[in-house]
Design a protein around this ligand. Structure first.
Ligand SMILES: [Zn+2]
Length: 215
Protein backbone atom coordinates (compact mmCIF):
# COMPACT_ATOMS: atom_id res chain seq x y z
CA UNK A 1 0.00 0.00 0.00
CA UNK A 2 1.16 3.53 -0.77
CA UNK A 3 2.44 5.06 2.46
CA UNK A 4 0.29 8.11 1.72
CA UNK A 5 -2.79 6.02 2.54
CA UNK A 6 -2.66 4.81 6.10
CA UNK A 7 -5.14 4.19 8.89
CA UNK A 8 -4.67 7.47 10.75
CA UNK A 9 -5.00 9.53 7.57
CA UNK A 10 -8.19 7.69 6.68
CA UNK A 11 -9.57 8.31 10.18
CA UNK A 12 -8.60 11.99 10.12
CA UNK A 13 -10.25 12.46 6.76
CA UNK A 14 -13.61 11.52 8.31
CA UNK A 15 -13.92 8.55 6.01
CA UNK A 16 -15.81 5.72 7.72
CA UNK A 17 -13.16 3.12 7.01
CA UNK A 18 -14.59 0.60 9.50
CA UNK A 19 -17.96 0.55 7.79
CA UNK A 20 -16.21 0.34 4.46
CA UNK A 21 -14.12 -2.60 5.64
CA UNK A 22 -17.08 -4.43 7.18
CA UNK A 23 -19.05 -4.04 3.96
CA UNK A 24 -16.02 -5.21 2.06
CA UNK A 25 -15.71 -8.28 4.28
CA UNK A 26 -19.40 -9.11 3.81
CA UNK A 27 -18.85 -8.74 0.09
CA UNK A 28 -15.88 -11.09 0.18
CA UNK A 29 -17.99 -13.59 2.07
CA UNK A 30 -20.78 -13.42 -0.48
CA UNK A 31 -18.41 -13.85 -3.39
CA UNK A 32 -16.19 -16.55 -1.95
CA UNK A 33 -18.79 -18.41 0.08
CA UNK A 34 -16.12 -18.46 2.74
CA UNK A 35 -16.44 -19.37 6.37
CA UNK A 36 -18.84 -16.83 7.89
CA UNK A 37 -17.59 -17.40 11.44
CA UNK A 38 -14.07 -16.38 10.53
CA UNK A 39 -15.20 -13.26 8.75
CA UNK A 40 -17.51 -12.38 11.63
CA UNK A 41 -14.55 -12.81 14.01
CA UNK A 42 -12.46 -10.41 11.98
CA UNK A 43 -15.28 -7.87 11.90
CA UNK A 44 -15.55 -8.06 15.69
CA UNK A 45 -11.86 -7.35 16.04
CA UNK A 46 -12.23 -4.16 14.05
CA UNK A 47 -15.44 -3.13 15.80
CA UNK A 48 -13.83 -3.68 19.20
CA UNK A 49 -11.51 -0.74 18.56
CA UNK A 50 -14.36 1.68 19.21
CA UNK A 51 -17.04 -0.42 20.85
CA UNK A 52 -16.38 -1.91 24.27
CA UNK A 53 -19.68 -3.81 24.24
CA UNK A 54 -18.45 -6.19 21.59
CA UNK A 55 -16.43 -9.20 22.65
CA UNK A 56 -13.21 -9.03 20.66
CA UNK A 57 -12.17 -12.64 21.30
CA UNK A 58 -13.88 -15.77 20.14
CA UNK A 59 -13.50 -18.92 22.23
CA UNK A 60 -11.04 -20.14 19.61
CA UNK A 61 -8.97 -17.00 20.09
CA UNK A 62 -9.08 -17.39 23.86
CA UNK A 63 -7.78 -20.93 23.78
CA UNK A 64 -5.15 -20.00 21.21
CA UNK A 65 -3.59 -17.35 23.48
CA UNK A 66 -4.01 -19.40 26.65
CA UNK A 67 -2.53 -22.43 24.88
CA UNK A 68 0.52 -20.35 24.03
CA UNK A 69 0.86 -19.28 27.67
CA UNK A 70 0.54 -22.89 28.85
CA UNK A 71 3.06 -24.18 26.28
CA UNK A 72 5.56 -21.49 27.33
CA UNK A 73 5.00 -22.33 31.02
CA UNK A 74 5.47 -26.07 30.48
CA UNK A 75 8.72 -25.44 28.60
CA UNK A 76 9.86 -23.07 31.33
CA UNK A 77 9.28 -25.60 34.11
CA UNK A 78 11.16 -28.25 32.14
CA UNK A 79 14.09 -25.84 31.79
CA UNK A 80 14.04 -24.90 35.49
CA UNK A 81 13.31 -21.22 34.90
CA UNK A 82 10.80 -20.98 37.72
CA UNK A 83 7.25 -21.78 38.82
CA UNK A 84 4.54 -23.15 36.51
CA UNK A 85 3.21 -19.87 35.15
CA UNK A 86 2.97 -18.26 31.71
CA UNK A 87 1.35 -15.15 30.26
CA UNK A 88 0.64 -13.64 26.84
CA UNK A 89 -0.32 -10.03 26.09
CA UNK A 90 -2.54 -9.36 23.08
CA UNK A 91 -3.83 -6.20 21.43
CA UNK A 92 -5.95 -5.99 18.28
CA UNK A 93 -5.52 -9.71 17.70
CA UNK A 94 -1.74 -9.50 17.78
CA UNK A 95 0.58 -10.94 20.44
CA UNK A 96 2.65 -8.04 21.83
CA UNK A 97 4.64 -10.00 24.37
CA UNK A 98 5.04 -13.27 26.25
CA UNK A 99 6.46 -14.16 29.62
CA UNK A 100 7.12 -17.07 31.93
CA UNK A 101 8.09 -17.23 35.56
CA UNK A 102 11.88 -16.83 35.85
CA UNK A 103 12.26 -16.36 39.59
CA UNK A 104 14.80 -19.18 39.84
CA UNK A 105 16.88 -18.70 36.68
CA UNK A 106 17.05 -14.91 37.09
CA UNK A 107 17.37 -14.94 40.89
CA UNK A 108 14.59 -12.36 40.79
CA UNK A 109 11.57 -12.68 43.10
CA UNK A 110 9.67 -10.22 40.87
CA UNK A 111 10.20 -12.23 37.67
CA UNK A 112 6.61 -13.51 37.56
CA UNK A 113 5.08 -14.47 34.21
CA UNK A 114 2.77 -11.44 33.98
CA UNK A 115 5.54 -8.99 34.89
CA UNK A 116 7.87 -10.64 32.36
CA UNK A 117 5.15 -10.49 29.69
CA UNK A 118 4.55 -6.78 30.42
CA UNK A 119 8.28 -6.06 30.19
CA UNK A 120 8.52 -8.03 26.94
CA UNK A 121 5.46 -6.34 25.38
CA UNK A 122 6.60 -2.84 26.36
CA UNK A 123 10.07 -3.52 24.98
CA UNK A 124 8.58 -4.83 21.73
CA UNK A 125 6.34 -1.81 21.16
CA UNK A 126 8.82 0.71 22.57
CA UNK A 127 6.34 2.19 25.04
CA UNK A 128 5.33 1.80 28.68
CA UNK A 129 1.57 2.07 28.05
CA UNK A 130 -0.40 -1.07 27.14
CA UNK A 131 -3.82 0.59 26.96
CA UNK A 132 -6.25 -1.57 25.00
CA UNK A 133 -4.28 -4.75 25.64
CA UNK A 134 -5.49 -7.98 27.22
CA UNK A 135 -3.39 -10.38 29.26
CA UNK A 136 -3.95 -14.12 29.11
CA UNK A 137 -2.36 -15.87 32.05
CA UNK A 138 -2.31 -19.50 33.14
CA UNK A 139 -3.13 -18.49 36.73
CA UNK A 140 -4.92 -15.62 38.47
CA UNK A 141 -2.33 -12.85 38.97
CA UNK A 142 -0.77 -12.33 42.40
CA UNK A 143 -1.11 -8.83 43.95
CA UNK A 144 2.27 -7.74 42.55
CA UNK A 145 1.33 -8.75 39.00
CA UNK A 146 -2.14 -7.28 39.40
CA UNK A 147 -0.51 -3.97 40.36
CA UNK A 148 1.78 -4.20 37.32
CA UNK A 149 -1.30 -4.82 35.17
CA UNK A 150 -2.86 -1.62 36.57
CA UNK A 151 0.36 0.34 35.97
CA UNK A 152 0.50 -0.92 32.37
CA UNK A 153 -3.14 0.13 31.78
CA UNK A 154 -4.17 -3.37 30.71
CA UNK A 155 -7.96 -3.54 31.00
CA UNK A 156 -8.69 -7.25 30.67
CA UNK A 157 -7.36 -10.38 32.34
CA UNK A 158 -8.22 -13.89 31.21
CA UNK A 159 -6.93 -16.52 33.61
CA UNK A 160 -7.29 -20.24 34.20
CA UNK A 161 -6.17 -21.49 37.65
CA UNK A 162 -7.10 -19.49 40.75
CA UNK A 163 -5.05 -18.09 43.63
CA UNK A 164 -6.42 -20.98 45.75
CA UNK A 165 -5.15 -23.50 43.18
CA UNK A 166 -1.73 -21.83 43.35
CA UNK A 167 -1.80 -21.97 47.15
CA UNK A 168 -2.52 -25.71 46.98
CA UNK A 169 0.78 -26.29 45.16
CA UNK A 170 2.81 -24.08 47.49
CA UNK A 171 2.57 -20.50 46.19
CA UNK A 172 1.67 -17.59 48.49
CA UNK A 173 -0.58 -15.52 46.21
CA UNK A 174 -3.64 -15.95 48.39
CA UNK A 175 -1.70 -15.20 51.57
CA UNK A 176 -0.59 -11.84 50.15
CA UNK A 177 -4.15 -11.00 49.10
CA UNK A 178 -5.24 -11.69 52.70
CA UNK A 179 -2.44 -9.49 54.06
CA UNK A 180 -3.58 -6.58 51.90
CA UNK A 181 -7.00 -6.71 53.54
CA UNK A 182 -5.47 -6.19 57.00
CA UNK A 183 -4.76 -2.79 58.59
CA UNK A 184 -1.10 -1.87 58.05
CA UNK A 185 -0.21 -2.47 61.73
CA UNK A 186 -1.56 -6.04 61.58
CA UNK A 187 0.45 -7.12 58.55
CA UNK A 188 3.49 -9.38 58.85
CA UNK A 189 5.71 -6.74 57.24
CA UNK A 190 6.67 -3.96 59.66
CA UNK A 191 5.82 -0.49 58.34
CA UNK A 192 7.27 2.65 59.98
CA UNK A 193 6.56 6.17 58.72
CA UNK A 194 9.45 8.58 59.28
CA UNK A 195 9.91 12.20 58.23
CA UNK A 196 12.67 13.64 56.02
CA UNK A 197 13.17 17.25 54.89
CA UNK A 198 13.96 16.09 51.32
CA UNK A 199 10.54 14.48 50.96
CA UNK A 200 8.63 17.63 50.03
CA UNK A 201 11.47 18.92 47.83
CA UNK A 202 11.57 15.68 45.85
CA UNK A 203 7.86 15.80 45.04
CA UNK A 204 8.12 19.53 44.31
CA UNK A 205 10.90 18.74 41.83
CA UNK A 206 8.53 16.45 39.93
CA UNK A 207 5.56 18.79 40.19
CA UNK A 208 7.53 21.70 38.75
CA UNK A 209 9.35 19.70 36.06
CA UNK A 210 8.14 21.15 32.77
CA UNK A 211 9.38 18.34 30.50
CA UNK A 212 8.09 15.42 32.60
CA UNK A 213 6.42 12.44 30.95
CA UNK A 214 3.31 11.63 32.97
CA UNK A 215 2.04 8.07 33.21
ZN1 LIG B 1 2.76 -12.50 40.23
Amino acid sequence: MDDGLNESKLRDSGFDWEEFLLNYLKHVYLITGGDFFEINQLSSLFLSKNNNDIEPYSMDGLSQYLDQAFDDAIESVKNNHGGPFGAVIVRDGKILGRGVNKVISENDPTAHAEVMAIRNACKNIGHFDLTGATIFTTCEPCPMCLSAIYWANIQEVYYCSTRKDAENIGFRDNHIYEELNLPVEERKIHFVKIGNPKSEALFRLWLDKVDKVSY
